[in-house]
Write a protein of this length. Sequence first.
Lengths: 115, 114
Amino acid sequence: DAGITQSPRHKVTETGTPVTLRCHQTENHRYMYWYRQDPGHGLRLIHYSYGVKDTDKGEVSDGYSVSRSKTEDFLLTLESATSSQTSVYFCATSGIQGMLDQPQHFGDGTRLSIL
Amino acid sequence: SQQGEEDPQALSIQEGENATMNCSYKTSINNLQWYRQNSGRGLVHLILIRSNEREKHSGRLRVTLDTSKKSSSLLITASRAADTASYFCATDEISGTSYGKLTFGQGTILTVHP
């Protein structure tokens, strides 16, 4: 959907290790978002970006950092992974410049397990 | 915190029947959106309704919005087994800076039996 690729699709790692998830888009969308999805919580916003090098925190940002050095890539980093960060992570994009009320387009997610 | 609360949490119907899902929210919004998620996949946008709109149709989908009650409903008519999925409402809340951020409900799991 909308040319969004998340990598890796699956990852198993150990507590305390750093983890970086990548989101790549080919639609030249301005806005990019990282969510986590957990049973009973729906999707919760971690961080978002409103332009190259412009990012801000979402609802559940503790323990996560992001970077966006170019329009097409948005990286999510867990500096020191904890078991509570085991989840499915989704990237989304939106935002044709100057248009309001736009939908978000989602990647297929990264399933991350922290042991 | 969850802006949208969806009802019911799960819905099981037979093919051909209509399915209705409800969403309530707490704050003023720019728009409300409905998404669908098939198992193991990302969310797919279904329909967007702006705060000044009351009803919108797309194929077999009908969405209503009542801003006075802060609620919305999604109706799927003549359901098919392929409609089996989770459905989420999401709100774009009015704020000083609008970057299209959405707040999602917990979703309704719809099962359509052949």
